[in-house]
Design a protein around this ligand. Structure first.
Ligand code: 13P
Length: 246
């Protein structure tokens, strides 16, 4: 399976940072064996999409309705209209700060499909849940509740992002990542049959140039979802190079 290295810029990036998108795109072009994407603020999508052919440009969030009386919101169709090819759903920052439920996330997955966007569906446990021995149950519960029944590998990927590893510089052990990705793969195959083995499972949470090679070598780690290290080419490129070598 081709690996996917996707950046999540979160709420970072003004028009002045478009040159950073350009230098990231130029850098990743050296590794055509890896699929790459940058999910950037909606305000930058139109300026970035189309200009950078070697890397898919994506958005981060949207309202699940196609249009209507939702002041301040944008729809999946609007992201696609601006040139986005993919989006992120179920990120723990939205589950926690915006109170998004599994049902909301499932609705957004269907909205992405309706608009022709690929989706990266995030799942992950908190530190308290891991300490209580509930990590796998929590993650598989989120997967079951937020993945739509007609999910297919051509438009959906899963990202395992332990909440306690996001932006902290801490990562789970190789054994813990291996066990969680195997559990997610098992659940995907049980639910979606053969296609479940083709759905990419990314790892996210403090992935960087130093730890990417060991994380990407773990079975069923089919790529990475990168926050902080996706903002600059010199931090993002070593991760893409590690994926190319994996
Ligand atoms: P960091 O790579 O900054 O830990 O963020 C991970 C993440 O939340 C990607 O969605």
């Amino acid at each position: 399976m081709r690996k996917l290295i996707a950046g999540n810029w979160k709420m970072n990036g003004l028009l002045a940072e478009l040159e950073d998108v350009a230098s990231i795109c130029e850098a990743v072009a050296a590794h055509p064996s890896v699929d790459t994407a940058l999910c950037i603020p909606a305000t930058l999508i139109r300026s970035a999409a189309g200009r950078f052919a070697d890397m898919a440009i994506g958005g981060q969030d949207w309202h699940m309705a196609a249009s209507g009386a939702h002041t301040g919101c944008i729809s999946a169709e609007m992201l696609a209209d601006a040139g986005a090819k993919l989006t992120i759903i179920g990120h723990s920052e939205r589950r926690a700060a915006q109170g998004e439920s599994d049902a909301d996330i499932r609705g957004k997955a269907l909205a992405a499909k309706r608009a022709g966007l690929a989706a990266i569906l995030c799942v992950g446990e908190t530190e308290a849940e891991r300490d209580a021995g509930r990590a796998e149950a929590v993650v598989l519960g989120q997967l079951e509740g937020s993945m739509p029944d007609d999910a297919a590998s051509e438009w959906i990927s899963v990202a395992y992002e332990p909440v306690w590893a996001i932006g902290t510089g801490r990562i789970p052990s190789v054994e813990d990542v291996k066990a969680m990705h195997a559990a997610i793969r098992g659940a995907l195959v049980a639910r979606f049959g053969t296609d479940g083995s083709n759905i990419r499972i990314l790892y996210g949470g403090s992935m960087n140039g130093d730890n990417a090679a060991s994380l990407l070598a773990i079975p069923d780690v089919d790529g990475g979802l990168i926050g902080g290290a996706s903002l600059k080419a010199d931090k993002f490129l070593p991760i893409v190079a590690a994926a190319a070598a994996a």
